[in-house]
Write a protein that binds this ligand. Structure first.
Ligand SMILES: Cc1cc2nc3c(=O)[nH]c(=O)nc-3n(C[C@H](O)[C@H](O)[C@H](O)COP(=O)(O)OP(=O)(O)OC[C@H]3O[C@@H](n4cnc5c(N)ncnc54)[C@H](O)[C@@H]3O)c2cc1C
Length: 423
Protein backbone atom coordinates (compact mmCIF):
# COMPACT_ATOMS: atom_id res chain seq x y z
CA UNK A 1 0.00 0.00 0.00
CA UNK A 2 1.28 3.46 -0.91
CA UNK A 3 2.29 6.14 1.58
CA UNK A 4 3.29 9.73 0.75
CA UNK A 5 6.20 9.41 3.16
CA UNK A 6 8.08 6.54 1.55
CA UNK A 7 10.53 6.44 4.46
CA UNK A 8 7.75 4.92 6.58
CA UNK A 9 5.98 2.28 4.47
CA UNK A 10 3.06 0.39 6.00
CA UNK A 11 3.41 -3.33 6.60
CA UNK A 12 0.00 -4.62 7.72
CA UNK A 13 -1.23 -8.19 7.98
CA UNK A 14 -3.74 -7.27 5.28
CA UNK A 15 -4.61 -4.14 3.32
CA UNK A 16 -7.81 -2.92 1.67
CA UNK A 17 -8.48 0.22 -0.35
CA UNK A 18 -12.10 1.18 0.40
CA UNK A 19 -14.04 3.02 -2.31
CA UNK A 20 -17.46 2.85 -0.65
CA UNK A 21 -18.94 2.74 2.84
CA UNK A 22 -19.88 -0.89 2.11
CA UNK A 23 -16.20 -1.64 1.39
CA UNK A 24 -15.31 -0.25 4.82
CA UNK A 25 -18.00 -2.34 6.51
CA UNK A 26 -16.87 -5.49 4.70
CA UNK A 27 -13.24 -4.86 5.65
CA UNK A 28 -14.13 -4.43 9.34
CA UNK A 29 -16.16 -7.67 9.28
CA UNK A 30 -13.23 -9.45 7.63
CA UNK A 31 -10.76 -8.17 10.25
CA UNK A 32 -13.02 -9.26 13.11
CA UNK A 33 -13.50 -12.72 11.58
CA UNK A 34 -9.72 -13.14 11.28
CA UNK A 35 -8.92 -11.80 14.75
CA UNK A 36 -7.09 -8.76 13.35
CA UNK A 37 -7.17 -5.19 14.64
CA UNK A 38 -8.20 -2.41 12.22
CA UNK A 39 -6.11 0.61 11.23
CA UNK A 40 -6.97 3.36 8.79
CA UNK A 41 -5.29 6.07 6.78
CA UNK A 42 -5.74 8.12 3.63
CA UNK A 43 -2.55 9.43 1.99
CA UNK A 44 0.21 8.29 4.32
CA UNK A 45 1.57 11.81 4.83
CA UNK A 46 1.75 10.93 8.52
CA UNK A 47 2.92 7.33 8.08
CA UNK A 48 5.94 7.92 10.33
CA UNK A 49 3.48 8.43 13.21
CA UNK A 50 1.62 5.12 12.74
CA UNK A 51 3.51 2.55 14.77
CA UNK A 52 3.58 -1.16 13.89
CA UNK A 53 0.61 -2.65 11.98
CA UNK A 54 1.55 -6.33 11.79
CA UNK A 55 -1.54 -7.37 13.79
CA UNK A 56 -3.95 -5.30 11.72
CA UNK A 57 -6.00 -5.07 8.58
CA UNK A 58 -5.43 -1.58 7.19
CA UNK A 59 -8.22 0.29 5.44
CA UNK A 60 -6.97 3.02 3.13
CA UNK A 61 -9.92 5.33 2.40
CA UNK A 62 -10.46 6.46 -1.18
CA UNK A 63 -14.23 6.92 -1.01
CA UNK A 64 -15.88 7.85 -4.28
CA UNK A 65 -18.27 10.75 -4.87
CA UNK A 66 -16.00 13.78 -5.15
CA UNK A 67 -16.13 17.13 -3.35
CA UNK A 68 -19.60 18.74 -3.33
CA UNK A 69 -19.81 22.48 -2.62
CA UNK A 70 -23.02 24.13 -1.41
CA UNK A 71 -22.32 27.75 -2.30
CA UNK A 72 -25.37 29.18 -0.51
CA UNK A 73 -24.79 27.26 2.70
CA UNK A 74 -21.00 27.82 2.42
CA UNK A 75 -20.21 24.19 3.09
CA UNK A 76 -18.40 21.35 1.34
CA UNK A 77 -19.10 17.65 1.68
CA UNK A 78 -15.86 15.76 1.24
CA UNK A 79 -15.44 11.98 0.96
CA UNK A 80 -12.47 10.49 2.84
CA UNK A 81 -9.65 10.14 0.36
CA UNK A 82 -9.98 13.65 -1.06
CA UNK A 83 -6.95 15.92 -0.92
CA UNK A 84 -6.87 19.64 -0.23
CA UNK A 85 -5.96 20.22 -3.89
CA UNK A 86 -9.35 18.81 -4.91
CA UNK A 87 -11.17 20.90 -2.31
CA UNK A 88 -9.44 24.16 -3.25
CA UNK A 89 -10.16 23.54 -6.95
CA UNK A 90 -13.86 23.10 -6.10
CA UNK A 91 -14.25 26.07 -3.73
CA UNK A 92 -11.99 28.82 -5.17
CA UNK A 93 -14.15 29.59 -8.24
CA UNK A 94 -16.94 30.52 -5.79
CA UNK A 95 -14.75 32.88 -3.75
CA UNK A 96 -14.84 30.42 -0.86
CA UNK A 97 -12.00 28.86 1.12
CA UNK A 98 -11.61 25.99 3.54
CA UNK A 99 -9.15 26.19 6.41
CA UNK A 100 -6.69 24.07 4.43
CA UNK A 101 -3.00 23.48 4.98
CA UNK A 102 -0.07 24.44 2.80
CA UNK A 103 0.07 21.29 0.64
CA UNK A 104 -2.33 20.21 -2.12
CA UNK A 105 -1.52 16.54 -1.57
CA UNK A 106 -2.47 16.30 2.13
CA UNK A 107 -5.66 14.38 2.86
CA UNK A 108 -8.61 16.31 4.28
CA UNK A 109 -9.64 13.78 6.94
CA UNK A 110 -6.27 13.24 8.68
CA UNK A 111 -5.56 16.98 8.63
CA UNK A 112 -8.99 17.87 9.99
CA UNK A 113 -9.06 15.27 12.77
CA UNK A 114 -5.49 16.05 13.83
CA UNK A 115 -5.88 19.77 14.41
CA UNK A 116 -4.88 21.21 11.01
CA UNK A 117 -3.24 24.64 10.93
CA UNK A 118 -3.74 26.82 7.87
CA UNK A 119 -2.44 30.09 6.47
CA UNK A 120 -6.05 31.19 7.21
CA UNK A 121 -6.12 29.88 10.79
CA UNK A 122 -5.35 33.10 12.64
CA UNK A 123 -8.57 34.42 11.08
CA UNK A 124 -10.82 31.32 10.99
CA UNK A 125 -9.35 29.16 13.77
CA UNK A 126 -8.12 25.61 14.08
CA UNK A 127 -9.40 23.37 11.26
CA UNK A 128 -11.45 20.96 13.44
CA UNK A 129 -13.66 23.90 14.48
CA UNK A 130 -14.92 24.17 10.91
CA UNK A 131 -16.16 20.56 10.78
CA UNK A 132 -19.97 20.47 10.60
CA UNK A 133 -20.44 16.72 10.53
CA UNK A 134 -18.48 13.49 10.39
CA UNK A 135 -19.69 10.20 8.89
CA UNK A 136 -17.85 7.11 10.08
CA UNK A 137 -18.08 3.36 10.42
CA UNK A 138 -17.46 2.24 13.99
CA UNK A 139 -16.17 -1.07 15.36
CA UNK A 140 -19.67 -2.64 15.25
CA UNK A 141 -19.53 -2.22 11.47
CA UNK A 142 -22.38 0.32 11.48
CA UNK A 143 -22.21 3.59 9.52
CA UNK A 144 -23.25 6.60 11.56
CA UNK A 145 -23.08 10.37 11.66
CA UNK A 146 -21.22 11.39 14.79
CA UNK A 147 -23.19 13.36 17.33
CA UNK A 148 -22.88 14.49 20.93
CA UNK A 149 -19.76 13.33 22.73
CA UNK A 150 -18.46 11.29 19.79
CA UNK A 151 -18.54 14.38 17.52
CA UNK A 152 -16.70 16.31 20.25
CA UNK A 153 -14.04 13.61 20.73
CA UNK A 154 -13.41 13.00 17.02
CA UNK A 155 -12.34 16.62 16.53
CA UNK A 156 -8.79 16.42 17.86
CA UNK A 157 -9.21 13.51 20.26
CA UNK A 158 -6.32 11.52 18.82
CA UNK A 159 -8.07 8.95 16.62
CA UNK A 160 -9.11 5.36 17.23
CA UNK A 161 -12.87 5.92 16.95
CA UNK A 162 -13.50 4.23 13.60
CA UNK A 163 -13.11 4.81 9.87
CA UNK A 164 -14.27 8.24 8.76
CA UNK A 165 -15.97 8.07 5.36
CA UNK A 166 -16.92 11.74 4.84
CA UNK A 167 -16.82 15.15 6.47
CA UNK A 168 -18.87 18.26 5.90
CA UNK A 169 -16.99 21.47 6.58
CA UNK A 170 -17.59 25.21 6.71
CA UNK A 171 -16.26 27.44 3.94
CA UNK A 172 -15.39 31.11 4.34
CA UNK A 173 -15.79 33.99 1.86
CA UNK A 174 -12.32 34.87 0.53
CA UNK A 175 -12.04 35.82 -3.13
CA UNK A 176 -8.55 37.32 -3.08
CA UNK A 177 -5.34 37.08 -1.10
CA UNK A 178 -1.84 38.47 -1.02
CA UNK A 179 0.46 35.49 -0.72
CA UNK A 180 4.03 34.49 -1.42
CA UNK A 181 7.52 33.97 -0.05
CA UNK A 182 10.61 36.15 0.34
CA UNK A 183 14.14 34.79 0.70
CA UNK A 184 17.40 36.13 2.12
CA UNK A 185 20.84 34.52 2.56
CA UNK A 186 21.19 32.70 5.89
CA UNK A 187 23.75 35.30 6.99
CA UNK A 188 20.75 37.65 7.42
CA UNK A 189 18.80 35.13 9.52
CA UNK A 190 19.45 36.57 13.00
CA UNK A 191 18.17 39.99 11.98
CA UNK A 192 15.21 38.58 10.01
CA UNK A 193 14.08 36.23 12.82
CA UNK A 194 14.15 39.08 15.38
CA UNK A 195 12.17 41.45 13.15
CA UNK A 196 9.66 38.76 12.10
CA UNK A 197 9.12 37.63 15.69
CA UNK A 198 8.45 41.20 16.89
CA UNK A 199 6.11 41.87 13.95
CA UNK A 200 4.24 38.57 14.49
CA UNK A 201 3.32 39.42 18.09
CA UNK A 202 1.02 42.30 17.07
CA UNK A 203 -0.02 41.31 13.54
CA UNK A 204 -3.74 41.38 12.68
CA UNK A 205 -5.66 38.10 12.47
CA UNK A 206 -6.05 38.38 8.67
CA UNK A 207 -2.41 37.37 8.17
CA UNK A 208 -0.66 34.08 9.00
CA UNK A 209 3.03 33.57 8.23
CA UNK A 210 5.90 31.18 8.68
CA UNK A 211 9.67 31.64 8.89
CA UNK A 212 12.00 28.88 7.74
CA UNK A 213 15.71 28.26 7.47
CA UNK A 214 15.84 26.15 4.31
CA UNK A 215 18.11 24.11 2.09
CA UNK A 216 16.34 24.14 -1.28
CA UNK A 217 17.29 21.71 -4.03
CA UNK A 218 17.58 23.17 -7.54
CA UNK A 219 14.49 22.70 -9.71
CA UNK A 220 11.93 24.47 -11.88
CA UNK A 221 10.82 27.82 -10.45
CA UNK A 222 13.71 27.85 -7.96
CA UNK A 223 16.26 30.47 -9.02
CA UNK A 224 19.95 30.13 -8.22
CA UNK A 225 20.02 32.63 -5.32
CA UNK A 226 17.74 30.38 -3.24
CA UNK A 227 19.39 27.06 -4.13
CA UNK A 228 23.07 27.98 -3.84
CA UNK A 229 23.13 27.87 -0.03
CA UNK A 230 20.93 27.91 3.04
CA UNK A 231 18.33 30.70 3.00
CA UNK A 232 15.85 32.26 5.38
CA UNK A 233 12.30 32.37 3.99
CA UNK A 234 9.25 34.30 5.21
CA UNK A 235 5.99 33.21 3.59
CA UNK A 236 2.28 33.19 4.26
CA UNK A 237 -1.04 34.64 3.22
CA UNK A 238 -2.97 37.83 3.90
CA UNK A 239 -6.72 37.70 3.35
CA UNK A 240 -7.98 40.19 0.73
CA UNK A 241 -6.32 42.43 -1.84
CA UNK A 242 -7.18 45.78 -0.29
CA UNK A 243 -5.33 48.87 0.90
CA UNK A 244 -5.37 47.31 4.37
CA UNK A 245 -3.91 43.96 3.28
CA UNK A 246 -1.24 45.73 1.20
CA UNK A 247 -0.31 47.77 4.25
CA UNK A 248 -0.03 44.55 6.31
CA UNK A 249 2.29 43.12 3.63
CA UNK A 250 4.41 46.29 3.75
CA UNK A 251 4.58 46.23 7.55
CA UNK A 252 5.89 42.65 7.36
CA UNK A 253 8.26 42.81 4.40
CA UNK A 254 9.38 46.47 4.42
CA UNK A 255 11.60 46.27 7.52
CA UNK A 256 13.14 42.95 6.39
CA UNK A 257 15.01 44.61 3.51
CA UNK A 258 15.65 43.60 -0.09
CA UNK A 259 15.25 39.81 -0.58
CA UNK A 260 17.24 37.76 -3.11
CA UNK A 261 13.94 36.32 -4.37
CA UNK A 262 10.34 37.31 -3.80
CA UNK A 263 7.05 35.74 -4.93
CA UNK A 264 4.51 37.79 -2.93
CA UNK A 265 1.61 38.78 -5.17
CA UNK A 266 -2.13 39.42 -5.20
CA UNK A 267 -4.10 36.42 -6.47
CA UNK A 268 -7.15 34.24 -6.12
CA UNK A 269 -7.20 31.94 -3.08
CA UNK A 270 -6.06 28.93 -5.13
CA UNK A 271 -2.56 30.49 -5.17
CA UNK A 272 -2.07 29.79 -1.46
CA UNK A 273 -1.42 26.09 -2.15
CA UNK A 274 1.76 27.01 -4.07
CA UNK A 275 3.18 29.41 -1.49
CA UNK A 276 4.97 27.01 0.88
CA UNK A 277 6.61 25.01 -1.97
CA UNK A 278 5.62 21.65 -0.48
CA UNK A 279 6.71 18.59 -2.47
CA UNK A 280 4.12 17.56 -5.09
CA UNK A 281 5.26 13.92 -5.13
CA UNK A 282 5.96 11.29 -2.45
CA UNK A 283 9.18 11.82 -0.49
CA UNK A 284 11.36 10.12 2.10
CA UNK A 285 11.42 12.41 5.10
CA UNK A 286 11.38 12.67 8.88
CA UNK A 287 10.35 15.50 11.17
CA UNK A 288 10.21 16.90 14.67
CA UNK A 289 7.87 19.40 16.32
CA UNK A 290 7.29 21.43 19.49
CA UNK A 291 4.98 24.23 20.58
CA UNK A 292 7.02 27.12 22.00
CA UNK A 293 6.09 29.94 24.35
CA UNK A 294 8.73 32.17 22.72
CA UNK A 295 12.15 31.81 21.14
CA UNK A 296 15.47 33.59 21.20
CA UNK A 297 16.36 34.45 17.60
CA UNK A 298 20.11 33.96 18.02
CA UNK A 299 19.64 30.57 19.70
CA UNK A 300 17.32 29.38 16.91
CA UNK A 301 19.67 30.54 14.17
CA UNK A 302 22.75 29.07 15.88
CA UNK A 303 20.98 25.70 16.23
CA UNK A 304 19.19 25.51 12.87
CA UNK A 305 21.44 27.67 10.68
CA UNK A 306 25.01 27.28 9.54
CA UNK A 307 25.83 23.80 8.25
CA UNK A 308 22.40 22.32 8.97
CA UNK A 309 21.59 19.39 6.66
CA UNK A 310 17.83 19.74 7.35
CA UNK A 311 15.50 20.67 4.51
CA UNK A 312 13.82 23.19 6.78
CA UNK A 313 13.54 24.40 10.35
CA UNK A 314 10.34 26.36 10.73
CA UNK A 315 8.72 28.78 13.14
CA UNK A 316 5.03 29.22 12.39
CA UNK A 317 3.07 32.20 13.66
CA UNK A 318 0.12 31.16 15.84
CA UNK A 319 -2.15 33.43 17.93
CA UNK A 320 -5.30 35.16 16.68
CA UNK A 321 -8.26 32.77 16.36
CA UNK A 322 -5.89 29.79 16.78
CA UNK A 323 -5.52 30.78 20.43
CA UNK A 324 -9.22 31.27 21.17
CA UNK A 325 -11.49 28.44 22.40
CA UNK A 326 -14.48 27.82 20.11
CA UNK A 327 -17.95 27.69 21.71
CA UNK A 328 -18.99 24.67 19.60
CA UNK A 329 -15.52 23.19 19.10
CA UNK A 330 -14.28 19.67 19.72
CA UNK A 331 -11.81 18.52 22.34
CA UNK A 332 -8.99 20.31 20.47
CA UNK A 333 -10.50 23.70 19.64
CA UNK A 334 -7.55 26.04 20.13
CA UNK A 335 -3.79 26.17 20.62
CA UNK A 336 -2.75 28.68 23.26
CA UNK A 337 0.97 28.77 22.43
CA UNK A 338 2.15 31.65 20.21
CA UNK A 339 4.73 29.75 18.15
CA UNK A 340 5.01 26.37 16.44
CA UNK A 341 8.38 24.81 15.62
CA UNK A 342 8.84 21.97 13.17
CA UNK A 343 11.76 20.64 11.17
CA UNK A 344 11.84 18.37 8.14
CA UNK A 345 14.84 16.34 7.04
CA UNK A 346 15.52 14.12 4.09
CA UNK A 347 15.54 10.37 4.74
CA UNK A 348 16.86 9.63 1.25
CA UNK A 349 19.73 7.48 2.58
CA UNK A 350 21.06 6.40 5.99
CA UNK A 351 23.91 8.94 6.17
CA UNK A 352 21.67 11.91 5.30
CA UNK A 353 19.01 10.69 7.72
CA UNK A 354 21.51 10.26 10.54
CA UNK A 355 23.04 13.71 10.02
CA UNK A 356 19.59 15.30 9.90
CA UNK A 357 18.37 13.48 12.99
CA UNK A 358 21.44 14.59 14.94
CA UNK A 359 20.74 18.20 13.95
CA UNK A 360 17.05 17.84 14.88
CA UNK A 361 18.09 16.55 18.32
CA UNK A 362 20.45 19.51 18.73
CA UNK A 363 17.70 21.99 17.83
CA UNK A 364 15.30 20.27 20.27
CA UNK A 365 17.91 20.58 23.03
CA UNK A 366 18.70 24.23 22.24
CA UNK A 367 15.00 25.20 22.14
CA UNK A 368 14.20 23.32 25.37
CA UNK A 369 13.91 26.54 27.44
CA UNK A 370 10.88 27.54 25.32
CA UNK A 371 9.38 24.04 24.82
CA UNK A 372 5.91 23.90 26.41
CA UNK A 373 5.68 20.11 26.09
CA UNK A 374 2.54 20.66 24.00
CA UNK A 375 2.13 19.61 20.36
CA UNK A 376 -0.33 19.79 17.48
CA UNK A 377 -1.02 16.22 16.28
CA UNK A 378 -0.85 17.10 12.57
CA UNK A 379 2.75 18.31 13.01
CA UNK A 380 4.07 15.41 15.08
CA UNK A 381 6.85 13.67 13.17
CA UNK A 382 7.02 10.16 14.61
CA UNK A 383 5.16 7.70 16.82
CA UNK A 384 8.16 7.81 19.16
CA UNK A 385 8.12 11.59 19.56
CA UNK A 386 6.85 13.15 22.80
CA UNK A 387 3.31 14.41 22.27
CA UNK A 388 0.88 16.45 24.30
CA UNK A 389 -2.17 18.03 22.78
CA UNK A 390 -4.73 17.01 25.41
CA UNK A 391 -4.66 17.56 29.15
CA UNK A 392 -5.11 14.62 31.55
CA UNK A 393 -8.84 15.27 32.01
CA UNK A 394 -9.41 15.37 28.24
CA UNK A 395 -7.51 12.10 27.78
CA UNK A 396 -9.79 10.37 30.30
CA UNK A 397 -12.86 11.84 28.57
CA UNK A 398 -11.87 10.72 25.05
CA UNK A 399 -10.92 7.27 26.37
CA UNK A 400 -14.39 6.90 27.90
CA UNK A 401 -16.01 7.79 24.57
CA UNK A 402 -13.71 5.36 22.70
CA UNK A 403 -14.70 2.63 25.14
CA UNK A 404 -18.36 3.23 24.23
CA UNK A 405 -17.87 2.98 20.44
CA UNK A 406 -15.02 0.47 20.45
CA UNK A 407 -15.30 -1.69 23.58
CA UNK A 408 -12.89 -4.36 22.29
CA UNK A 409 -10.19 -1.90 21.20
CA UNK A 410 -10.40 -2.83 17.51
CA UNK A 411 -9.01 0.60 16.50
CA UNK A 412 -6.66 1.01 19.48
CA UNK A 413 -3.55 1.12 17.28
CA UNK A 414 -4.78 4.29 15.55
CA UNK A 415 -4.66 6.38 18.74
CA UNK A 416 -1.95 9.07 18.90
CA UNK A 417 0.49 8.40 21.76
CA UNK A 418 -0.48 10.35 24.90
CA UNK A 419 -4.12 10.60 23.73
CA UNK A 420 -5.04 7.53 25.79
CA UNK A 421 -4.28 6.11 29.22
CA UNK A 422 -4.66 2.57 27.81
CA UNK A 423 -1.44 0.74 27.01
C1 LIG B 1 4.15 18.31 2.74
C2 LIG B 1 3.27 18.39 3.96
C3 LIG B 1 2.65 19.60 4.28
C4 LIG B 1 1.82 19.69 5.41
N1 LIG B 1 1.25 20.89 5.73
C5 LIG B 1 0.47 20.98 6.84
C6 LIG B 1 -0.13 22.22 7.21
O1 LIG B 1 0.03 23.24 6.55
N2 LIG B 1 -0.88 22.25 8.34
C7 LIG B 1 -1.09 21.13 9.10
O2 LIG B 1 -1.78 21.21 10.11
N3 LIG B 1 -0.53 19.95 8.77
C8 LIG B 1 0.24 19.86 7.67
N4 LIG B 1 0.81 18.66 7.34
C9 LIG B 1 0.58 17.50 8.20
C10 LIG B 1 -0.69 16.76 7.80
O3 LIG B 1 -1.82 17.57 8.04
C11 LIG B 1 -0.80 15.49 8.65
O4 LIG B 1 0.26 14.63 8.32
C12 LIG B 1 -2.16 14.81 8.46
O5 LIG B 1 -2.30 13.81 9.43
C13 LIG B 1 -2.26 14.22 7.08
O6 LIG B 1 -3.51 13.66 6.88
P1 LIG B 1 -3.67 12.51 5.79
O7 LIG B 1 -5.01 11.94 5.93
O8 LIG B 1 -3.20 13.03 4.48
O9 LIG B 1 -2.53 11.53 6.31
P2 LIG B 1 -2.57 10.01 6.71
O10 LIG B 1 -1.16 9.67 7.06
O11 LIG B 1 -3.21 9.19 5.66
O12 LIG B 1 -3.46 9.97 8.00
C14 LIG B 1 -2.99 10.45 9.24
C15 LIG B 1 -3.89 9.92 10.34
O13 LIG B 1 -5.16 10.50 10.17
C16 LIG B 1 -6.15 9.57 10.51
N5 LIG B 1 -6.99 9.29 9.35
C17 LIG B 1 -6.70 9.47 8.04
N6 LIG B 1 -7.74 9.08 7.29
C18 LIG B 1 -8.68 8.61 8.14
C19 LIG B 1 -9.98 8.06 7.98
N7 LIG B 1 -10.55 7.91 6.78
N8 LIG B 1 -10.67 7.71 9.09
C20 LIG B 1 -10.15 7.85 10.33
N9 LIG B 1 -8.92 8.38 10.53
C21 LIG B 1 -8.20 8.75 9.45
C22 LIG B 1 -5.49 8.32 10.97
O14 LIG B 1 -5.34 8.35 12.37
C23 LIG B 1 -4.12 8.41 10.34
O15 LIG B 1 -3.17 7.73 11.09
C24 LIG B 1 1.63 18.55 6.22
C25 LIG B 1 2.27 17.34 5.91
C26 LIG B 1 3.08 17.26 4.79
C27 LIG B 1 3.78 15.96 4.49
Amino acid sequence: MKTFNMAAPVDPAEGVVAHTVADVQAAIRRAVSKGLRVRTYTTGHASATYGPMHDALVIQTDIEGGVRVDVDARTARIPAGSSWGEVVAATSPHGLVAVHGTAATVGVVGYMLRGGLSFYSRMFGLAPNSIRSIDLVTADGEPRTADGELFWALRGGGGGFGVVTAVEIDLFPVSSVITGASFWPVAEAGRIVKLWRDWAKDAPDTVTTSLRLMNIAPGPGKPEPITSGQVVCVDGAIIGDTAESRSIRDSLLGPLGEPVHDTWHAAGPEAVLATHMDPPNPVKSFGDHMLLNDVDADTFVAAAGSGSPLLSAELRQLGGAIGRPHPEGGVLDHVAEPLLYQCVGSAADPATTEAGRRRAERIRAELAPWDTGRTVPSFVGSHLQPQGHLDAEQVVAVDRIRQQVDPTGLFRGDICPNATVAT
